[in-house]
Design a binder for this molecule. Structure first.
Ligand SMILES: CC(C)[C@H](C(=O)O)[C@@H](O)C(=O)O
Ligand code: SF4
Length: 486
C-alpha cells in the first residue's frame, strides 16, 4: 500500500522528441506510454485522487464491467464537497450528502483504497490534501475528477482534472487517453506591492488575457515574481489556471519546493529523497524552448483585485469603479458585461470600494491554506466583523486547521466574530449547507463567480484573503492597503 515514490515509473524514451523542451514537455514525455492512433497520448498516471461527487458512478462502471482497481495504492480518496464543515460534523450532519459519502467509504473499502473521511486527520479539499500529504510530488502526473486538479502544478507536477468516465478508466488501467496540451507561458515581471498576493496577480492576469486565453494549453508560470512566491502562493496561481480555460498550470520546482515536500507522509525519505531531488532539478524549461503562446504580465502596478461581474475576467483594481459595459469594444463582451452588472445589482461608475457586502467567505482550494489564513488573521486581529455581515473561515484541510490553531489564529477569528469551521469546500460551491441567500452579496476567496455559484441568485466578488477579511470588518469592499497602514 505504499505508493511508488519514483517521480514517474513509465519513462518512455521518445525518439520524436528532439531539440529544446519546456518543463511541461519534460514531464509529459516521461509519462507517455503510447501514442494512440487518434492522435491522443496514453499517459501513465502516478497519482490519482478521488472526491465524493465524481467517484460513485466510476465505481458503478467498474462493477458493471467486472473490473478491479489496478493500483489501489496509487489512489487516495477524500470527502470534501458535500461534507458539513460545522465543527464536530460527521457523515450525517449534512443529510443531503450522507448517501454519497457512505458510497465512497464503501467503494474505497471494497477496493483497498485509502480513504480520508471526515473522521480522518488528513481529510481536506482534494486540492489541499494532495500536496500537503506528499501524495503529489514534483514531476508526477496526477489526475482527479475535479477541475482544479491543476493546483499541484505549484510543485512542478502535472495535475489533470478529468470527467467521471475517465476516473473509471484511471481506476481500471492507471492510464489516461488525452490530447497533448499545447505549450503556453506567462512571465510575471516585477515585484508585488504591499498587500498584493498571488490571488491578485492571477486575477489581474485573467482580466488582461481573458477567460479563453489558455484553452487547450499547459501553462507555465515563470519570471521573477513567480520565483519569489512561497509554495502555497504558487499553488494558488496554478489553481486558477482553470479560470482562463487552461488544461493545467505549472511552475518549475526549486529549492523552496524541495523544502516544502520534504518530510511529508508520502514523500520519500533518506537516499530516495536525495535521488528524487536530483531528478527534480532537471524539471526546467530549456532557454530556447518554443511556446505556442507567450505573454508577460507586469506586477508592479497591480492593485488589490476584486471581481465585479459573473466571470473571473470581470475584474479590476479595488481603487477603480464598476466599468460601463459601453467601454468594451467587442459587442459580445459588452452584452455579457451588461448582463453581469444586472445580475450583480451594480451600476456602472460605482466605486468598487464601498460596495456593501452581506457575507465574507475565506477558504476553498484557491485560498484555504495556512498562509491564506495568516494573511486574513493579520487583518482581522483585534477587530470585529461588521454588524449584519456573516463571516466564515473554512480551513482547506484538517491539517491546516490544526496548524492554524497551534498559531492561535482561531482565537483571532472567533474574537472578531468569524465562524471557525472544519475543512471542506463549504461556501465555494452550493452543494452543502453553506449557501449564500438569493440576492445576497458575498466576497469570497474562492475561484468561481458564476451566476448561482454560491446559491440561487447569489452574488460573488472574488478577492484575496486579506481583502475578504478587510471587507468583513468594514462591512463593505475596502482597499486592504488602507487597513494595513491604519
Ligand atoms: C463538483 C466538482 C465536479 C466541481 C469541479 O470539478 O470543478 C467542483 O469542484 C467545482 O469547483 O465546481
Ligand atoms: S473548493 Fe471549490 S473549486 Fe475547489 S474543489 Fe471545492 S468546490 Fe471545487
Amino acid at each position: 500500500m505504499t505508493p511508488d515514490h519514483k517521480t514517474s515509473e513509465h519513462k518512455t524514451a521518445d525518439p520524436s522528441v528532439t531539440g529544446p523542451r519546456s518543463l511541461f514537455d519534460r514531464i509529459w514525455d516521461a509519462h507517455v506510454v503510447k501514442r494512440l492512433e487518434d492522435d491522443r497520448d496514453l499517459v501513465f498516471v502516478d497519482r490519482h485522487v478521488l472526491q465524493e461527487t465524481t467517484s460513485a458512478q466510476a465505481f458503478e462502471g467498474l462493477a458493471r464491467a467486472g473490473r478491479r482497481v489496478m493500483h489501489p495504492e496509487l489512489t487516495v480518496a477524500t470527502q470534501d464537497h458535500i461534507v458539513s464543515t460545522l465543527p464536530g460534523r460527521d457523515e450525517g450532519t449534512n443529510p443531503g450528502g450522507t448517501e454519497l459519502l457512505g458510497l465512497m467509504r464503501a467503494n474505497t473499502a471494497a477496493h483497498g483504497i485509502r480513504h480520508f473521511g471526515v473522521d480522518d486527520r488528513r481529510q481536506g479539499i482534494v486540492h489541499v490534501m494532495a500536496h500537503e500529504t506528499g501524495f503529489a510530488l514534483p514531476g508526477c502526473l496526477l489526475t482527479c475528477g475535479d477541475s482544479h486538479t491543476s493546483t499541484v502544478g505549484g510543485l512542478g507536477a502535472i495535475g489533470l482534472g478529468v470527467g467521471t468516465s475517465e476516473v473509471e478508466h484511471v481506476l481500471a488501467t492507471q492510464t489516461l487517453a488525452i490530447t497533448r496540451p499545447r505549450n503556453m507561458r506567462v512571465t510575471f515581471d516585477g515585484a508585488l506591492g504591499r498587500g498584493i498576493s498571488a490571488k491578485d496577480i492571477i486575477l489581474h492576469m485573467i482580466g488582461q488575457l481573458g477567460v479563453a486565453a489558455g484553452r487547450g494549453c499547459a501553462v507555465e508560470y515563470a519570471g521573477p515574481a513567480i520565483r519569489a512566491l512561497p509554495i502555497e502562493a504558487r499553488l494558488t496561481i496554478c489553481n486558477m489556471s482553470i479560470e482562463f480555460g487552461a488544461r493545467l498550470g505549472l511552475i518549475a520546482p526549486d529549492d523552496a519546493t524541495f523544502a516544502y515536500v520534504r518530510g511529508r507522509e508520502f514523500t520519500p525519505t533518506g537516499a530516495a529523497f536525495d535521488r528524487a531531488v536530483a531528478e527534480w532539478r532537471d524539471l526546467v524549461t530549456d532557454p530556447d524552448a518554443r511556446f505556442d503562446r507567450d505573454f508577460t504580465i507586469d506586477c508592479r502596478q497591480v492593485a488589490p483585485q476584486v471581481t465585479w461581474g459573473t466571470s473571473p475576467q470581470d475584474v479590476a483594481g479595488v481603487d477603480v469603479a464598476v466599468p460601463d459595459p459601453a467601454q468594451f469594444a467587442d459587442h459580445r463582451r459588452r452584452d455579457l458585461a451588461a448582463a453581469a452588472l444586472s445580475y450583480m445589482g451594480l451600476e456602472p461608475g460605482t466605486p468598487l470600494e464601498g460596495i456593501p457586502i452581506d457575507v465574507a467567505f475565506i477558504g476553498s482550494c484557491t485560498n484555504g491554506r495556512l498562509s491564506d489564513l495568516e494573511a486574513a488573521a493579520a487583518v482581522a486581529r483585534g477587530k470585529r466583523v461588521a454588524p449584519n455581515v456573516r463571516a466564515l473561515v473554512v480551513p482547506g484541510s484538517m491539517s491546516v486547521k490544526r496548524e492554524a490553531e497551534a498559531l492561535g489564529l482561531h482565537r483571532i477569528f472567533e474574537n472578531a466574530g468569524f465562524e471557525w469551521r472544519d475543512a471542506g469546500c463549504s461556501m465555494c460551491v452550493s452543494i452543502n449547507e453553506d449557501v449564500v441567500a438569493p440576492g445576497a452579496r458575498c466576497i469570497a476567496t474562492s475561484n468561481r463567480n458564476f451566476e448561482n455559484r454560491q446559491g440561487l441568485r447569489s452574488r460573488t466578488h472574488l478577492a484575496s484573503p486579506a481583502m475578504v477579511a478587510a471587507a468583513a470588518i468594514a462591512g463593505r469592499i475596502t482597499d486592504v492597503r488602507k487597513e494595513m497602514t491604519a
